[in-house]
Design a protein around this ligand. Sequence first.
Ligand code: ADP
Ligand code: MG
Length: 252
Amino acid sequence: MVDSETEREALLAAISNVADRLTEEREYLTDLDSAIGDADHGANMDRGFEAALDRAESTDGDAAEMIKTVGTALVSAVGGASGPLYGGSIMSASAELEEGITPETTVAFAEAYLEKVRDRGDAPVGAKTMVDALVPAVHTYKKSIEADDLPPLEALRKAVDAAERGVEFTVPLRAKKGRASYLGWRSVGHQDPGATSTLLILEELLQTTEQYVDSEADGDSDARDATAPAEPAIDPDDAETENGDAVDGEGE
Ligand code: ADP
Ligand code: MG
């Protein structure tokens, strides 16, 4: 990213796009949560990001402080299991953005966020939670930046694709964590709401990044699908359950 004014504008645009998207998808998330939970995930996320946008707009601080206020707002406004998972993890990961928004700091932020979600929720991959979207997204983003040396926009595109496969991966799983686990086998066949909201947020971050990083030297966005390696959606090292063998089989 460039100067701090542009950085602030981009962050506010991202938060605003996420808030709008969650308002649009409120019913969808509610329907997913009514199948295997208590039908509040759409309202929780919509309310949370409205509050986050309000707070971020009235904050003068740098990127780290703005993102920290987003986390604080989510903790107080979202509630449920997802409030502390989203909000608390964003709050602590925000420290990684103290040097501004760069490929390196965003990788560090993503890793710190994932680590906090896992610390707080204690859900392994395959428990049918937001972790199933997050792990492939964060691993793909990190690998794309650090090992494959891709531009951040391309790395983010790949991360979104990986999260999408992770969301699909939740459908056949039996929930082992959160409210859906109370249903046991009856949770099978339903898509996880928290993995889905994670994907929606990532899609909006990508959309916003596309607006702000369009001059980047990666004008070959059409090459995206053609060059996508046939990576598994989930790092097999992370699959701690008997469902691990479902990882490679699903997806296109
Ligand atoms: P609640 O379940 O309290 O009603 P929400 O409906 O807002 O909260 O969020 C439910 C989502 O939270 C689930 O779909 C799942 O993705 C996520 N979740 C629940 N428990 C955990 C956990 N222990 N670790 C990670 N994610 C979890
Ligand atoms: Mg719920």
